[in-house]
Design a protein around this ligand. Sequence first.
Ligand code: NDP
Ligand SMILES: O=C1OC[C@@H](O)[C@H](O)[C@H]1O
Length: 310
Amino acid sequence: MRFYFFVSCLGAAAAVLASAVWWVWPVILRLWRIPQVLVDGKDKDALRIGILGASFIARAAVVHAADKRRDVLVSAVAARDWTKAETFAKQHGIPAFHGGATAYLDLLAREDVDAVYVGLPTHLHLEWTLAALRAGKHVLLEKPAVLNMEEAKQLIGAMAETKLQVFEAAHHRYHPAARRFKQLTLKERDVGLSDFEARFSMLDPKALLSIFKELLGISKPVTQEDRFHERIKNLDRWYYCVDMLLWSTGAIDAEVIFAKEDRFSISATLKLQRSASTATATLYMARDNLWEPFSWSIAEHGLADKVRHA
Ligand SMILES: NC(=O)C1=CN([C@@H]2O[C@H](COP(=O)(O)OP(=O)(O)OC[C@H]3O[C@@H](n4cnc5c(N)ncnc54)[C@H](OP(=O)(O)O)[C@@H]3O)[C@@H](O)[C@H]2O)C=CC1
Ligand SMILES: O=C1OC[C@@H](O)[C@H](O)[C@H]1O
């Protein structure tokens, strides 16, 4: 009896492990593979992108994409640390790099850069996007583009003045499921779509580590700066809920009627004004969710098609 129990447990553990490897392995391979952006083999008039910040997201969002296209190349990268810039450039075959205190400005001054990728922490987006526009560069700007309405106005003003493009990297808008959802809700614009829900869930390895440290009693005291960065990170993630909702429902106005924040989540209820009808929307963001390390979803409870991506 014991033997059969042991074999069944082993079988179940093997099945769980196999399924985890099956789902997670392609993601690990994709992120681990070091993409190359060799200039050879690119179109003569390829768009030349300069990267500000030798970061994980720059590699995942720009270098991987440029690797797959003939019409885009990465011509330079800048990092605040000289060695980091050099390592990133060499790893990916990027022909030029800048390091040190003036690195970002040096990259913006280059003639072989048509557009700049600003994947810096969100509170630095406006400053460096304005600097890029002043230097005559188009900008691919990480989401959320800005922190508030005042910054949004400044950005729009600078775009109009320089006649250059700033494109927000709202990648979820290009997912086929999100596009289909938008198509369906806009088609049903005024016919009783009244109960929307947008969710985002995340498990941040850094946050997980700090929870363990807290439990073990070996964490450092939380500083004002830590709290500021936590607020910025929350905004980065909360943005997915808000943008998915407003973008896909075509809402023209929204009013917050309830909001709640605790250690593990942020939630809110909004009253949405659509072109000729009103709707209620629930937004929910899980901060550190072990069961859903990364997922977003948008739904309307009366609509049969529920769109989900995980
Ligand atoms: N599209 C997506 O899926 C994702 C988008 N993002 C977005 O990308 C942006 C960056 O987020 P994230 O990658 O977490 O940010 P990081 O804290 O990792 O910063 C990114 C880079 O910014 C540079 N940097 C310049 N000044 C500072 C500063 N004062 N403090 C810290 N870094 C600085 C650093 O590059 P260096 O030292 O090399 O100069 C750093 O590597 C955010 O807007 C976020 O919303 C983030 C993750 C995923
Ligand atoms: O866009 C994002 O997705 C992944 C998260 O780690 C990150 O904080 C967020 O900006």
